[in-house]
Design a protein. Structure first.
Ligand code: 5GP
Length: 198
């Protein structure tokens, strides 16, 4: 049982293939008060993905309309597709729940500008060789996509400094334990800022 008064928003970012999706699901299973922010994307759904659960899959035209109507807190172009977080969902959900975001460094930078949001920013990293084998093993991308995702690693990790915590994901269980600690510290004693890297 956590006793923090304020609901928190936890961002998990990492280079593609580090294990974020699994960790996100584990957090949601353990902490029932956490809701995962379901993003909008123009990417085509993978065979195991469900519209409205994994993402809201929309056309480029619809995505552009949402940008023009200023409906997003943040949005970014990643691997030729667009991804974004709707303001409405976040503003309504945070009244009753903590929120977990699986978004990239571009989105994190944009969300950070809203200083009223109670953000905890976590960056997960793994080594490059491990990453390549994970990308291949998970079998969700074409060879071309794997190459693109692998090549974006160097650019992605340049942004680690924008985060409050950096975790090296050598082992998923250890990594999860560290995330548990971060959540519990921030829920129970939200004002202890020395726990963060910045
Ligand atoms: P994937 O295509 O593998 O589902 O996601 C690719 C990348 O997009 C991941 O790094 C993920 O964190 C990021 N992403 C997913 N949703 C959003 C979003 O709403 N905003 C931003 N900025 N990034 C997102």
């Amino acid at each position: 049982m956590l006793h923090g008064k304020e609901n928190i928003m936890v961002i998990l970012s990492s280079p593609s293939g580090v294990g974020k999706t699994t960790l996100t699901k584990k957090i949601q299973q353990k902490y029932k008060n956490f809701k995962i922010s379901v993003s909008h994307t123009t990417r085509t759904p993978r065979s195991n993905e469900v519209d409205g659960v994994d993402y809201h899959f929309v056309s480029k035209k619809k995505f552009k309309e949402l940008i023009d109507e200023k409906k997003f807190y943040e949005h970014a172009k990643i691997f030729e597709n667009y991804y974004g977080t709707l303001k409405k969902y976040v503003d309504e959900t945070i009244k009753e729940n903590d929120i977990l975001f699986d978004i990239d460094w571009q989105g994190t930078k944009q969300l950070s500008k809203y200083t009223n949001l109670n953000l905890i920013k976590i960056y997960l990293i793994t080594n490059k060789a491990e990453l390549k084998s994970r990308l291949i093993k998970r079998n969700q991308n074409t060879d071309e996509e794997i190459k693109k995702r692998f090549n974006s690693f160097d650019e992605d990790i340049l942004h680690w400094n924008d985060y409050d915590y950096i975790i090296i994901n050598k082992n998923l269980e250890n990594c999860f334990r560290q995330i548990e600690k971060i959540i519990e510290i921030n829920k129970i004693t939200p004002n202890i800022s020395f726990q963060k890297t910045q």
